[in-house]
Write a protein that binds this ligand. Sequence first.
Ligand SMILES: [Zn+2]
Length: 360
Amino acid sequence: MSFPDTSGHLSDERALHFRSMCCFIVPPGVLKKYSRDPGVDAATRKSLQDTYLETERLRGLREAHRIATLRDPERFLAGAAVHVPQQHLFDCMHRKGLPGKAVAAPAGGFKTVFDTTAKVVEFYKTVLGRNSVDNKGFDLASSLHYSKSYDNAFWSGSQMVYGDGDGKLFGEMYLSPDVIGHELTHGVTQNLSALRYEGESGALNESISDVFGTVFNQWLNNWPVTEPRGWLVGAGIMAPPAQAKGFTCLRDMVQPSAKHCLSPQPELYSQLDPTADVHENSGVPNKAFATFARAAGGQAWGNAIKVWYDTCINRALRSDATFSEFAGLTIASALKFGGATLQAQCRSAWNEVGVVLPNP
Ligand SMILES: [Zn+2]
């Protein structure tokens, strides 16, 4: 079986479908690469290939939500009535129908997802002053055991979905708290700037999810910015055989190109391929944030995340923003939260990854 050719000869509708990716934690390139790796056993290769094909099928789900968001002029406002977000859990029982069968009394993995999701809601509320993903108390639905040996987790545009992993490369996808924070943050971005999921705006969309996912994990574990584990994306979803090969994470925000990343990324703006997958180009803004937060010191859920969140809720952040435009907004926000010192640290972080800043 070959992979679908997404490079050309598509109808306009089909081309739009392929450009507007669903927000998965594992990049399609990684699934594709290891599904063809002779060093990987046949059953795992099949799981990776099935996940890749399913990932392609699901790409279009989010675009309708994104367009609807852009048509809602009140998306930046909190709801008048304060609704406390409720959670709903579902069991897909290894099938692909969503959301699956309702789970009344969560236990085991369902309990883990329930508890971690509740912590993300608490993080949004206490650190960012935000009421769930839409700031209006959006109820959160999570489906587990999606498909068979499914090597991904994703935000569908309206809910979270987790696969069990193949057990060789990936384990259960909810085991990394940062993955849950990452995916729910796609819901936040969808409700704010609705950054288009391609090119630089797509890489920013991905990076914002990595930033809030990792800072949520640091907050959960009370890790300071100096703790290296706090900057890893997906450390908890790497299966023991992958760890034995030296892969400790999907991505590392401090060292995006390091060998211990299953999905290494370029670290400098000049090294980027503008046509590459959004998960590849997100390493540059990821490193800019990690560099900024580490220079600011203390805990990343202090001023550093507040500067990034202030940028995310800024109406000036366009849905097709470039790295340079986003960087300019963070530098303006840094002045608000920490004066000239924090602003200089922010500017220096973007300089380090080679993003050319807009004229003041
Ligand atoms: Zn993502």
